[in-house]
Ligand binder design. Structure first.
Ligand SMILES: Nc1ncnc2c1ncn2[C@@H]1O[C@H](COP(=O)(O)OP(=O)(O)OP(=O)(O)O)[C@@H](O)[C@H]1O
Ligand SMILES: [Mg+2]
Length: 325
């Protein structure tokens, strides 16, 4: 598949269970798009700021800021989205400050469940429609949505449908319909699932994929199987780690002195990796058997916390694997 075909829909929704690598994959996809010459904006839907941190920036902001050439990001919080909505729709700039305090947003969104999600999706719609506050224009070619964790994701994407059912006429109904059209038009939006090769994430991914097809009608791109040990550590490497004689000669070749404790620790770690690899392979087979979309495997990258060069590596992987599809 050509990168341009993959990037044809402007909105890419990256979904998955908590902690499977949604933000990491969103960042890697952003690099893939930026390298292809697209101006890309990643919308993170929570206040963690994990994505800007990967690019060395600290504070997430509601208005997009450029993190690296061609890669922009923003953090969509419902309070800010409500303020923007009231300002755009009702010119309520001064009042909106009071109305959109976290307390008030909590109050009205408790009264109308799903409203928070609608407000957040509304901001994605503004991004897609190039409508920036103050009459300015956005000009993003690609919008990547780092979606909330899977459990909430279905309610998140289903919110406009709930609202369209509840409100039959008027501007709110019209706006809900615009969001439904945005999410269900394959030329505009596509969802990619992210999973780890583990039992629960795989089961949940298959379930989410089915729900996207059956209940939401949101089209799906690829499923990322993230953190695959086998792809970062070859059988050859593993065999090397488990054989004391090979380890010894490796250590000797770089002038490293290892004592028995070091050997035992390395050996134990190798056995752990070997066992994990075998378990992952089993879950990858389950995924491959039941998934209805192409699977893109991403390696587990060893180290203490991912940094930008790691995201570049994952972007290389994605580019290579997409070409093979
Ligand atoms: N391929 C990988 N190799 C090694 N570590 C990874 C990989 N992908 C993600 N991680 C690490 O796993 C952790 C979770 O990743 P990430 O924050 O991207 O997940 P998430 O799905 O966005 O989590 P959350 O649901 O909390 O937002 C992070 O510490 C990240 O650095
Ligand atoms: Mg995240």
């Amino acid at each position: 598949m050509e990168i341009a075909d993959f990037l044809a829909p402007r909105i890419h929704i990256v979904c998955g269970k908590g902690g499977v690598g949604k933000t990491t994959v969103s960042a890697a996809l952003a690099l893939v798009a930026a390298r292809a010459g697209y101006k890309v904006c990643v919308a993170e839907i929570d206040h963690k700021g994990s994505l800007p941190r990967l690019f060395g920036a600290s504070e997430p902001s509601y208005e997009p800021s450029e993190l690296s050439p061609g890669v922009w990001a923003l953090n969509v919080m419902p309070e800010d989205a409500l303020a923007e909505y009231l300002e755009v729709q009702y010119h309520m700039k001064r009042v909106s400050k009071v109305l959109t305090s976290t307390h008030f947003t909590d109050y009205i969104t408790t009264a109308a469940p799903g409203l928070k999600d609608i407000l957040v999706l509304g901001k994605i719609w503004y991004l897609e429609q190039n409508r920036a506050p103050g009459g300015r224009r956005y000009d993003f070619d690609t919008i990547i949505v780092d979606a909330p964790a899977a459990g909430h994701m279905i309610t998140f994407l289903a919110a406009p449908m709930g609202l369209a059912d509840a409100v039959q006429v008027g501007p709110v109904k019209r706006q809900a319909d615009w969001l439904i059209e945005m999410l269900t038009n394959p030329a505009r939006s596509i969802a990619h699932l992210v999973t780890l090769p583990e039992e629960m994430p795989v089961a949940e991914t298959l379930e989410t994929s089915q729900k996207l097809d059956d209940e939401l009608g949101v089209s799906q791109g690829v499923t990322f199987a993230n953190g695959v040990y086998q792809d970062s550590l070859s059988d050859e490497h593993l065999a090397l780690l488990t054989k004391p004689s090979s380890l010894q000669s490796c250590a000797d070749s770089v002038g490293l002195r290892l004592d028995k404790e070091d050997f035992d620790a390395l050996n134990g770690y190798a056995s752990f990796l070997e066992a994990r690899s075998a378990i992952q392979a089993k879950h990858l087979r389950v995924l491959a058997k039941s998934a209805t979309r192409p699977i893109v495997r991403l390696p587990h990258l060893f180290g203490s916390g991912l940094t930008l060069p790691d995201i570049e590596t994952l972007a290389d992987e994605i580019e290579g694997k997409l070409q093979e599809l």
